[in-house]
Write a new protein. Sequence first.
Length: 402
Amino acid sequence: MSRRRCCCGCRVFYDRFDRGGPTQVIGDPWDDVNATGEWWIDGSTQAKYPADSALYEVTGSGEIIGPSAPDGQGWSASYDIIDELPHNVYRIIFGAAEDAGRPGLPPLPGADCIIAEFYIGDYDATQEYSEIRIYTRSGGVETLVKKKAFPCPAVNFQNGRRFHAHWLNTHGDNTFCAWVSHSAYPSLVVATGVSPPGNYFGVANASGSADLPIEIDDYEIEKAAWETVNGEQVPCFACTCVCYDYPNDNYETTPTDRALYPGVLTLRITGSCCEPFMTPCDTTGCPSTDETIQLEYENDYPMVGFNGWYNHVRFFLCGYEFQFRAECDATGFLTLSIYWKPVPDLGLDWADFVQGGAISLTRQSHSCTPIREDWKLVLRSLSGWPCCLGCTKGEYDIVITG
């Protein structure tokens, strides 16, 4: 059941459940004896491959744990969904902790872990959306960390979707994400600061009804590694995107370096506005800024299609609420946009600072190891910029690191 791919070396477990059936003997390393619910190996033709079989949970809600991954700074778990139906709830038990009383054995259901959950809505009948949810479980208590709703297909998506969960700690930020394939709407959910307490994995049916069984196939666990794809070194899986370095920052040349962007970036803005009594500006008596904030990765904020970083914690500059948004473009660089609210707490939309003419925001340098981008914000006149009343010009340095 366990295979390793020569091209990458990151697959550490793979199970097609191709052991005939029907049988309740699931086989190693799955702990079918202590599983909750009623799990079977099902030999029906519903499985992905002809004459194949799948893992089937036939009654109520249940959980089964077994395979484990070696220590590392990142893991991925995924499986195929067979015959999804409205109100089914699929779970990936991710990084479950070993039971102190059962050393060397898979943890019992209910163990501390991260839970990635996929709820199937009923969009055709009631316009109910599907949801991807991320939970942590500790001491039997499940805490919802993040969720995302999105329209589901109007028909049963038979034998074609794959449910994914990734955890990466290559930057010490414990980034976790979950998503489902073949969705017309983005389903990716990303959370930072989420750490698996162990390294065991499993699957669960949280539908809670005997009328809604689940069936899955091709359970795979990967350990984070880098592989060559079309001559480029890229991570086997990621929640964010890859940073690329180029000679002289010319993205039309061959990259010289690459790294995975973390789930949290740090932004520092320093500078001041001034009256041009002298050259350079005399900053005596003019407001100055030296602020550092964190930008956390977010998916689909504030609109479908946006994937990038912004400050989740409210940030005020000279009395006005500001938001900085960094987005990874197709070349592996970051784009930076600045937004503000003229009157906070009135439910108004963010206003962006249009670049060009009076306001110029330009990248000064870019690197991937370490991850760093330097930007220069120049205010040639202060029309539309709220922080420099009584002054006429301004200049700020913005440094983003990861």
